[in-house]
Design a binder for this molecule. Sequence first.
Ligand code: C2E
Ligand code: MG
Ligand code: MG
Length: 696
Amino acid sequence: MEKEPVILVVDDEEQDRRWVHEALEGQYTLIDAPGGKAALSELNLRGNISAIILDLVMPGMDGFDVLSELAKSPEHADVPVFVLTGQKEDIFEANALKLGAMDYAAKGIRKDVFRLRLANLLKRKASMPGPVQESYDDLTGLFKRNPFYRLVEERLKAGEGEYDLLAMDVSHFSLINVQHGTKEADQLLSWIAEAVRKEFGKDLVLGCRLYADRFIFLMKKKVYESKLVRFSERVLSSYPLETDIRVKFGIYEITDPAQDVGKMCECAYSAVNMAKDHFNLEYAFYSEETHSHKMGEKHLTDNMRKALNEEQFQIYLQPKFDIDREQIIGAESLVRWVHPERGIISPEEFIPLFERNGFVSELDTYVWNKTAELIADWKKSGRPVVPVSVNVSRSDIYSMDILKVIPEIVEEHRIAPELLHLEITETAYVDSPAKLAEVTDVLRKSGFIIEMDDFGSGYSSLSMLGKLSLDILKIDRFFIRSLEQDANARLILEYIIGLAKWMNLSVIAEGVEGLEELNTLKRMECHYVQGFYYSPPVPIDQFNKLVDKVGTCVMTEIEEKKRQKDLLVRDASEGQRSMLIVEDLAMNRAILRDIFSGSFAITEAINGISGLEYLLNGGKCDIVMLDINMPGMDGFEMLKRMKSNSDLADLPVLITSQISPKEKNRLISLGASGFIAKPYTKEAIEKIVHDLLEEA
Ligand code: C2E
Ligand code: MG
Ligand code: MG
């Protein structure tokens, strides 16, 4: 950021400008203008100019013209001018001073004297009150709202030239603020303002920062259009921040210069919002139609919180099918807004809006909770349980402590994490690859299944697959759509499926509508699909009916992977005793591990199946810590099978769940060695483990 005073050096001779640079080197930020006109444009774009060094004799607009223009302009009248000229005649000096110059020297002056006189001028200036700074935004040196509006109005009234208003907004600025802190975010804004000045050069007439990351510029008509994409894609990528910086532009083409400037700026802004709805759109033009669309959005924003409280948001489930068995392997939870007046509103309409205004995290948390509750209900009522995926918005990853929120939800509803699949959209990767990699990795280690949503929709690279911890690729529906007409798409898909297999990832094709698509996928050995061919998203009871009709089955690769993952064997050092913890909740496993990892080599299993498998395969074990309620195989079943195997029958088994007296009787008859209920103290559980091992 420019910290030192900014000095504008106005001279048509490059050599003379260089002389000034040499004289002032290191003390100031120097901006060059090779003529009077250029000087005035610079002044319009940066309010942080502390002084002007002005040559008098220049072609076109000369120094005297510049002085008179400055005197007329309320924004610039106070910027002190130091005239440095080749003209030695007194009359020139007198005229310049009359027009408002604060100091005057002939070229040939000694550098040190010049430096001192400029320093004095700045000191004198600083002690005078003046309105200059009030017109400008400190951070960026652009105009503030009111002077900008007034200057635009004047310019349009003058009737020279044609202009557009260009609004600009930094994507996910609030996230950048949270992630990197306000200081970094401020620095970014000031950097962007400077980058705009550089990139758009002469096309840029006036600039303003309205507030936060909202900018608006008056541009010479249309010529800038080709630079917008370049700016967002190339210029910004040179900023040294790990987050991918993007901006969106909205353009209002001025057709009636007499219109209210504020209104026109609002229109430019509504076009920005339009561009923000589309990931790959860098800019959008204002139109009446988009405007009324935005008014509709305002209605949604005004009512969203109330709607959440009144449970107007409802979950629909769309089944995922195994093509070969034609049975349900899971579902995706998709939110609908059941609006009292408008009926069912599609998430396509409100999710992008909520992603912008931040509400999406609240809504997602609600959807995750409702989904976990639903799975728990299936379990309680003895219905078939299938995993359900929920969507994780990219802003969820930054705006909340997702590593805490999601695990807490499954623990609260007492469901295994692998029943709640997490769909993360491909575009999240573009925003911040490192953060996303960290989050998915931790969640996956806690047992969640990660699905990469909308894969192939265009923004990611294949290399992303190697960097993220994933289980499932969901191929975007637009990709599936092009399969039938586009031979290339078929080849690419075949390649992706092969690659996924090689990387041990499962593939689900989304948006499969027709039999032909289905058969193509079958031939490519893609076994799982989600799409209208089988069913659209439906209300929960309808989904239950469908499950009753066609039945459910498991995704074999995921089951296999889970088994491999379930056993987290730790190195047992020679002579150390071994403990097997069988428990579905990561938190409970962690508590036990904390207590016993000093004295035992610990193996963890997240259900009876994997615990038993470990023992049957001859895994080391001196004592089993057994939870009762677990998905897959519960504690009763595991205990029963252990006791019926002569190799395992003598192993002490400590039951670590809260149980009813009836359950206790059953467990005793099955052969449980001891009981301790959560919550327990460290001392209590250590003692009981010690006693059991003594007895054994
Ligand atoms: P998505 O996660 O990719 O969800 C799949 C979308 O494809 C759903 O649209 C689904 O109805 C649609 N679809 C499925 N099969 C077919 C088909 O055969 N043909 C066609 N044309 N479409 C099909 P939906 O429900 O409108 O959701 C749209 C998007 O909104 C979702 O795309 C997801 O990104 C987002 N979304 C939905 N619910 C939530 C939510 O609770 N939280 C968040 N953050 N986003 C959500
Ligand atoms: Mg999805
Ligand atoms: Mg999708």
